[in-house]
Design a protein around this ligand. Structure first.
Ligand code: SF4
Ligand code: SF4
Length: 203
């Protein structure tokens, strides 16, 4: 992936930002095929925690809203469940696009703020410990990052959602399962961190 800096559109619907995204963001070469059906946002279990759902974010890219896109909580709150990818009628790899956008936003100094940073940290802890995203663990780590009292309040407030997810088979009960390749994934992440640090240092 090239490290060209992201253009700032000079007016509304200036396509320079969208073209940059199509070319530099992983999976975004399929973004022009998005027909704004909203299936991705409608299928997203975490949509309530996003300021803009994927469908809206993709329209904002077309509208040249660089600042708003790169500071959106969408990519930081995405749990990578791939619901949107499986359901998109145009085979737009929504999850990859969000992941890659997050990496570019981070590199360009659009660091996540407040809740989004907490959620992102919780997500990565879940991945590092278990080699996979466990919705229950990531959600609990996020809730309790606000402290015990606030964590309990948030957990109780979201209990009806959790119950529905369990009843519809969208979430299991019991302890999180560690993926077989958790150790290998940790090694890959360590290597990736090392390579990135080297690239940043220009070596
Ligand atoms: S589901 Fe696919 S086509 Fe529909 S809005 Fe989302 S990305 Fe676009
Ligand atoms: S992969 Fe992310 S954006 Fe897509 S449905 Fe899951 S949480 Fe939502």
């Amino acid at each position: 992936m090239t490290a060209t800096s992201i253009p700032t559109p000079s007016r509304k619907y200036d396509l320079s930002f969208a073209r940059w995204v199509y070319k530099n963001v992983e999976g975004a070469d399929r973004l022009p095929l998005c027909m704004q059906c909203g299936m991705c946002s409608g299928s997203c279990p975490i949509g309530g925690e996003m300021d803009n759902g994927p469908r809206k974010l993709f329209m904002m890219i077309r509208a040249g809203m660089k600042e708003e896109v790169l500071t959106a909580s969408t990519m930081w709150n995405c749990t990578q469940c791939y619901n949107c990818v499986v359901r998109c009628p145009r085979q737009v790899p929504v999850t990859y696009i969000l992941q890659s956008l997050a990496a570019h936003a981070h590199r360009e100094g659009y660091a996540p703020k407040k809740a989004t940073a907490r959620f992102s940290k919780a997500f990565w802890l879940s991945v590092r410990w278990f080699g996979r995203t466990d919705e229950r663990l990531a959600t609990m780590l996020y809730f309790f990052s606000y402290g015990i009292k606030e964590g309990i309040m948030r957990a109780l407030a979201n209990l009806p959602i959790a119950q529905k997810m369990v009843m519809t088979g969208r979430m299991g009960i019991g302890l999180p399962h560690r993926s077989k390749g958790a150790g290998s994934l940790r090694a890959i992440l360590a290597k990736a961190t090392e390579v990135e640090a080297r690239e940043r240092a220009g070596k």
